[in-house]
Write a protein that binds this ligand. Structure first.
Ligand SMILES: O=P(O)(O)OC[C@@]1(O)O[C@H](CO)[C@@H](O)[C@@H]1O
Ligand SMILES: [Mg+2]
Ligand SMILES: [Mn+2]
Length: 472
């Protein structure tokens, strides 16, 4: 099959065109507003205030460039030097000198946009390490208080149940573990705690019950490709193999706040149930895509869990406060014992798609990461942007097979699982007829936008690759 081109910002009627023309100016304006607010809160620092004014004017100018659809310019030597900008961006622009904001690959231009914004802050000594999206990340996490407490209580309730599991005869215990695995996968997938049986103090029997199954069927109905079972088999097989001392699960992260919290819950469940012995989290090295996780966001999350102002769970003695403290302590223990590890790498914030997670990419850490991820039993890629990079954000027919769309990743030794809420035009792996069916459904409420059902965040896909050539 010929490899199709990537989605462009001038593809008429696409979500990418809409994002470039209307959402990016808003994102930059929000950054200007948050910068102004930050300046107000530090008015006494005159030097910082002045530097903030410089950044603000440059952001306003940059926003105008995007609106006016000027050509995308290469980074200057000074910018590359000061902000440690990977040379991949300028190499791309050398090969595509004609691109402007109104006619450029969506993936490149979106990643380039966040890099351009970051350079403006890195060039000012008082703002070099400032995360312009921090306020938004924190306020969003703060507003998810009830879901955070619900999951903490559920986790506390689950611990003795996992211990009790040992007494269940083989298959019975495994059945319950499999159900819990699927529920934690779904909580991580959706980045919220909608799953019913986990929200009540369900006993293991109730989870196994028909009612629990009905609740799960409802939440699973929006997952249009579901390879969870294949990931379950990989981990239970590793767990069963007596000599498998290490079972490593990697998370290529998406958003901070509740999504990261849900990812940590999934990791804690895997570690407590023996389905993993080590979880490695891959974070971004600069502020990126507004809400994506940086190393400091993990530290902030643990601090927030213990902060009674941030999460008003009452006195330390309330069951809610105790559950939040318990999970924060669990995370500290996992980190100090090396069971959870956090890393960052500049590869994740280059424009390179994940076909570059391969031995052939030797300039921007693609091959180093590829080498390291060989040692993982399962690499979980979270979210929509990671899915776009796995599939190259290309205009594949929507029935294209997963292993075709992810190119070298389907055979170069990385066992992967993409947990994606659908929020962009690229969509593959669908059975014949499903795209037409969902487009028709979406069209009813969104005339002329039927195909945007896969940009709405209302549906999701869970896609597995063994990373080895499929047996013919
Ligand atoms: O990776 P996430 O956080 O799931 O979603 C990120 C994202 O979907 O947001 C934009 C559309 O709203 C896209 O440009 C980008 O792919
Ligand atoms: Mg996401
Ligand atoms: Mn994201």
């Amino acid at each position: 099959m010929t490899i199709p081109g990537r989605f462009m910002t001038n593809d008429k009627g696409t979500f990418g065109e809409y994002t470039a023309s209307s959402r990016w100016p808003i994102i930059i304006q929000n950054a200007i507003d948050d910068l102004t607010e930050q300046q107000e809160s530090e008015k006494n620092n005159d030097n910082k205030f002045k530097q903030g004014e410089v950044i603000k004017n440059e952001l306003k100018q940059f926003r105008q460039e995007v609106i006016n659809r000027v050509p995308l310019r290469p980074f200057t030597e000074e910018e590359i030097e000061v902000a440690n900008v990977p040379l991949s961006f300028n190499e791309y622009l050398k090969e595509h000198p004609e691109v402007n904001w109104g006619a450029v690959e969506w993936l490149f231009s979106e990643v380039y946009l966040y890099r351009r914004m970051n350079v403006l802050f890195q060039r000012q000594s008082e703002w070099a390490k400032f995360d312009i999206f921090n306020k938004l990340k924190q306020s969003t996490f703060e507003s998810s208080f009830h879901g955070v407490v619900e999951l903490a209580l559920r986790y506390e309730n689950l611990l003795p149940q996992l211990k009790e599991m040992e007494q269940y005869s083989g298959s019975d215990g495994e059945d319950i573990l499999r159900i819990l695995f699927k529920e934690f996968i779904e909580i991580s997938l959706w980045g919220n705690a909608t799953d019913l049986s986990l929200l009540t103090n369900a006993t293991l029997e109730e989870i196994k019950s028909i009612q629990g199954a009905k609740a799960r069927a409802a939440s699973e109905s929006k997952i249009v490709v579901n390879d969870t079972e294949k990931a379950w088999e990989v981990l239970t097989k590793a767990k069963a193999e007596a000599n498998s001392t290490n079972i490593r699960v990697d998370f290529v992260l998406d958003n901070s706040g509740f999504e990261l919290y849900a990812d940590l819950m999934l990791a804690a469940f895997l570690l407590q149930s023996g389905l993993a012995t080590k979880c490695i989290f891959h974070a971004k090295d600069i502020p990126y895509m507004v809400s994506d996780v940086m190393l400091k966001d993990f530290d902030l999350l643990i601090k927030d869990l213990r902060d009674r102002e941030f999460f008003p769970s009452g006195e330390a003695s309330t069951k809610e406060s105790k559950a939040l403290d318990l999970f924060a302590n669990e995370l500290d223990k996992f980190v100090s014992s090396g069971k959870i590890e956090f890393r960052e790498d500049s590869f994740w914030t280059t424009e390179l798609d994940y076909w570059n997670l391969d031995a052939k990419e030797v300039k921007y850490h693609g091959s180093t990461l590829h080498e390291d991820l060989q040692a993982s039993n399962l690499v979980i890629f979270k979210g929509d942007l990671n899915y776009r990079k796995l599939t190259g954000d290309r205009k594949w027919p929507r029935t294209t097979k997963w292993e075709t769309a992810i190119g070298p990743l389907s055979t170069n030794g990385i066992t992967s699982l993409s947990l994606r809420t659908c929020k962009a035009d690229v969509q593959v792996g669908l059975p014949e007829g499903l795209d037409a069916e969902l487009s028709q459904e979406w069209e009813k409420e969104n005339p002329g936008r039927g195909s945007w059902w896969c940009c709405s965040g209302k549906w999701a896909v869970i896609c597995f690759s063994s990373g080895t050539p499929s047996k013919k």
